[in-house]
Design a protein around this ligand. Sequence first.
Ligand SMILES: *[C@@H]1O[C@H](CO)[C@@H](O)[C@H](O)[C@H]1NC(C)=O
Ligand SMILES: *[C@@H]1O[C@H](CO)[C@@H](O)[C@H](O)[C@H]1NC(C)=O
Ligand SMILES: *[C@@H]1O[C@H](CO)[C@@H](O)[C@H](O)[C@H]1NC(C)=O
Ligand SMILES: *[C@@H]1O[C@H](CO)[C@@H](O)[C@H](O)[C@H]1NC(C)=O
Ligand SMILES: *[C@@H]1O[C@H](CO)[C@@H](O)[C@H](O)[C@H]1NC(C)=O
Ligand SMILES: *[C@@H]1O[C@H](CO)[C@@H](O)[C@H](O)[C@H]1NC(C)=O
Ligand SMILES: *[C@@H]1O[C@H](CO)[C@@H](O)[C@H](O)[C@H]1NC(C)=O
Ligand SMILES: *[C@@H]1O[C@H](CO)[C@@H](O)[C@H](O)[C@H]1NC(C)=O
Ligand SMILES: *[C@@H]1O[C@H](CO)[C@@H](O)[C@H](O)[C@H]1NC(C)=O
Ligand SMILES: *[C@@H]1O[C@H](CO)[C@@H](O)[C@H](O)[C@H]1NC(C)=O
Ligand SMILES: *[C@@H]1O[C@H](CO)[C@@H](O)[C@H](O)[C@H]1NC(C)=O
Ligand SMILES: *[C@@H]1O[C@H](CO)[C@@H](O)[C@H](O)[C@H]1NC(C)=O
Length: 578
Amino acid sequence: MAPFGPALLILLYLASLATSCTEQERSSLLQFITELSYDSGLSGSWENTKDCCKWEGITCGSDMTVTDVFLTSSSLQGTSPRPLATSPACCNLNLSHNFLSGSLPMELVSSKSIVILDVSFNQLNGDLQELQSSSPVSFLQVLNISSDLFTGRFPSTTWEVMKSLVVLNASNNSFTGYNQFSGSIPPELTNCSTLKSLHAGHNKLGGTLQDELFNITSLAHLFLHNNQFEGSLIGIGNLTNLVTLDLGGNALRGNIPEPIGELKRLEELHLDDNSMSGELPSTLSKCKNLIIIDLKSNDFSGELAKVSFSKIPNLKILDVVWNNFSGTVPESIYSCSNLTALRLSSNRFHGQLSERIDNLKSLSFLSIVNNSVTNITRALQILRSCRNLTTLLIGKNFMDEAMPEDDTFNGFENLQCFPKTLNLGNNNLTGVMPKEIGRLKALLSLNLSSNKLTGAIPQSICDLTNLQKVDLSGNHLTGAIPTSVKNLHFLSQFNISSNDLEGPIPFVGQLSTFPTSSFDGNPELCGPMIAHHCDSAETILSKKQTAEKEEKDEKAIFVIAFGAFFCVGVLYDLFELC
Ligand SMILES: *[C@@H]1O[C@H](CO)[C@@H](O)[C@H](O)[C@H]1NC(C)=O
Ligand SMILES: *[C@@H]1O[C@H](CO)[C@@H](O)[C@H](O)[C@H]1NC(C)=O
Ligand SMILES: *[C@@H]1O[C@H](CO)[C@@H](O)[C@H](O)[C@H]1NC(C)=O
Ligand SMILES: *[C@@H]1O[C@H](CO)[C@@H](O)[C@H](O)[C@H]1NC(C)=O
Ligand SMILES: *[C@@H]1O[C@H](CO)[C@@H](O)[C@H](O)[C@H]1NC(C)=O
Ligand SMILES: *[C@@H]1O[C@H](CO)[C@@H](O)[C@H](O)[C@H]1NC(C)=O
Ligand SMILES: *[C@@H]1O[C@H](CO)[C@@H](O)[C@H](O)[C@H]1NC(C)=O
Ligand SMILES: *[C@@H]1O[C@H](CO)[C@@H](O)[C@H](O)[C@H]1NC(C)=O
Ligand SMILES: *[C@@H]1O[C@H](CO)[C@@H](O)[C@H](O)[C@H]1NC(C)=O
Ligand SMILES: *[C@@H]1O[C@H](CO)[C@@H](O)[C@H](O)[C@H]1NC(C)=O
Ligand SMILES: *[C@@H]1O[C@H](CO)[C@@H](O)[C@H](O)[C@H]1NC(C)=O
Ligand SMILES: *[C@@H]1O[C@H](CO)[C@@H](O)[C@H](O)[C@H]1NC(C)=O
C-alpha cells in the first residue's frame, strides 16, 4: 500500500462521518444566492439553517457533499451563477426556467466538478466565450444552453477541452456564423469523441455540412433542424451509430446517398423542408429500425416503390407530402402493420388503392390529396376496413369519376376530418343545408355565406353548441329561424342577412344582442329589433311554410359533406395537413 494510503482511508472515514456540508460549499452557495437581484426569498430561508444539505433545492450525497443544486422555475433573477463553479464537490447544476441574464461564466463549463449543467430557458445572452485549448480538461457531460438568447459564432476550440461531453443541447438560440461547420469541430472531438447527442436546432447556423461532422462517429442523435445549412449528405454513411437524424428546415441539396443503408440503428429520419432531389436509394430499406421517415417538402422524384417498405416493419409514420414522387402507392407499404400515419399528398401517384390496405390496422391518418389516384368507389370500400382511421383526406383525385353511392360513406365511425372552422363561403354551392351539419359538434365557426343555398336552416344547427360565429348571409334560405338558436350560448357573431327568411326573430338569448344588419335583406323577417314588427298571422304562416319546404332538394348534403370529407378545392388551404 502506498504511504498515503492510511491517511486517505482516515480522510474517507471522516468524510463518511460528516454530518453537514463543508463551509466552503455553504459559502459559495450563499454567495451565489445573495448576488442575485431576486432570489424568491431563498437566501433568507437558507441563512436560517447551518447545514446546506438541508436547504431547499440542495441535495447531498451520503458523504454530505453537495451533489445537486436544483433551482429550476424559481423566478431567480440576476447574472451569472459564477460562485458555484468554485464549489469543490458540486455537481449537477440545474437552473433552467429562471430569468438569469448576462453571459455564461465559462468557469462553469470548465469546472472540474460540474458534470451536468442545465441553464436552459433563461435569458443568458451574448457570445459564448472560447475556452483555450490549453484550459484544463472539463468534466462536463451534459450541457444544456438551449432556449436562451445566445448570439454570435458558435465556439470552436471550447469543445477541445470538453473531453467528457456526451450531450450538447444548444437549440433555440441565435447562434450564427459557423460558416464552416467543419472548422468548428475540433479534430480531437471527431477522433475520440464521446459526443452522443448534438442539439443545435432553431439557430441561425449555416455553412456546408462537411466531412468533419460526418467523422463524429459516436453521434447517436443529431438535431440541426431549422438552421441554414447547405451541402449534401455525402458522408452520412459514416455515422453508423445514428438513431435520430434531424436536418429538417435547412437548405440541403442532392439526393439521399446509398450509404444511408449503413445506418442500421436509425429510427428517425427527418429531412423535411430542404431542397433535396433525386430518387430514393433502395438501400433505405436496410435501415430496418426506422420508425419515422419525414421527407416532406423537397423535390424527391421517381417511384417510392424503389424502397422495400416490407423490410421496415416498425415504420409508424411516412410523410412524403409536397414532392414529385410518381408511380403507384408501393405494395410493400401495406406490410407495415404498425403504420399510424401515411401522407402521400401533393405528388404524382396514380393507380388504385390496394385492398391490402386493410392490413394497416393502426392507420389513423391517411392523406393522398392532390394526386391522380382513381376509382373512388373502390377506395372508399376498402378504406372502410381501416377501423382506426380518424383523418381521411383523399380529395383532388378521381378526376371526372361519378359520385359514389350514399352508403359508401358509412363505416367511417371514427372519422373526425372536419375542421373546427368550416368555411365554404363564396362557392356557388346549391341545394339545402344538410341536417348532418349537426354532427360537427366541434365546430366553432361556420361560414356558408355567398352561395346559392335554398331551403330552411336545419334545426340541427342548434346542436352545434360550441359555435361562436355563424355566417349564412347571401343565400336563398327560406322559412323561419329555428327557435332553439337561443341555445347557442357562445355565439358572438351571427349573420343571416340577404336571404328569404321569414317570420319572427326569436327575441331570446344571444339573438337579441345582434345588430339589425345581421338580419337585413330578409323582407319577411319580423321582430322588435328590426323595422318590421310581427303580427300573429305571420308567426303561424312561417311554421306552415317551413314544414312544406323541409323535404326538398338534398343536393347540398353531398356538396358539403363531400367537400369537407374529402378536403377538395376550396377547403384545401383549411387543412394544413393535407
Ligand atoms: C432540469 O430540470 C428540469 C425541470 O425539472 C428538467 O425538465 C430537466 O430535465 C432537468 N435537466 C437535466 C439536465 O436533467
Ligand atoms: C436540456 O437538455 C438536456 C439534454 O438534451 C435534457 O436532458 C434536459 O431535459 C433539457 N432541459 C430542459 C429543461 O428541457
Ligand atoms: C425558445 O426559447 C424561447 C425563450 O428563449 C421560449 O419562449 C420558447 O418556448 C422556446 N422554444 C422552444 C421550441 O423550446
Ligand atoms: C433541448 O432543450 C430543449 C429546450 O430548449 C428541449 O425542448 C429539448 O427537449 C432538449 N433536447 C433534448 C434531447 O433533451
Ligand atoms: C486521429 O486519429 C488518427 C488515426 O487514428 C490519427 O492518425 C490522428 O493523429 C488523430 N488526430 C488527432 C487530431 O488526434
Ligand atoms: C475523418 O476520419 C478519417 C479516418 O479517421 C480521417 O482519415 C480523415 O482525415 C478525417 N477527416 C476529417 C475531415 O477530419
Ligand atoms: C468516412 O467515410 C469516408 C468515405 O466514405 C472515409 O474516407 C472516411 O475515412 C470515413 N471516416 C471515418 C471516421 O470513418
Ligand atoms: C408493432 O409495434 C409493437 C409495439 O408498439 C411491437 O411490439 C411490434 O413488434 C411491432 N410490429 C412490427 C411488425 O414490428
Ligand atoms: C417531376 O418529375 C418529372 C420527371 O419525373 C420532371 O419532368 C418534372 O420536371 C418534375 N417536376 C418538378 C416540379 O420538379
Ligand atoms: C386503434 O385505436 C385505439 C384507440 O386509439 C387503440 O387503443 C388501438 O390499439 C388501435 N388499434 C390498432 C390496431 O392500432
Ligand atoms: C373500381 O372498383 C370497383 C369495386 O372495387 C370495381 O368493381 C371496378 O371494376 C373498378 N373500376 C375500374 C375502372 O377499375
Ligand atoms: C358563380 O356562378 C355565377 C353564375 O351563376 C358565375 O358568374 C360565377 O363566376 C360563379 N362563381 C364561382 C366562384 O364559381
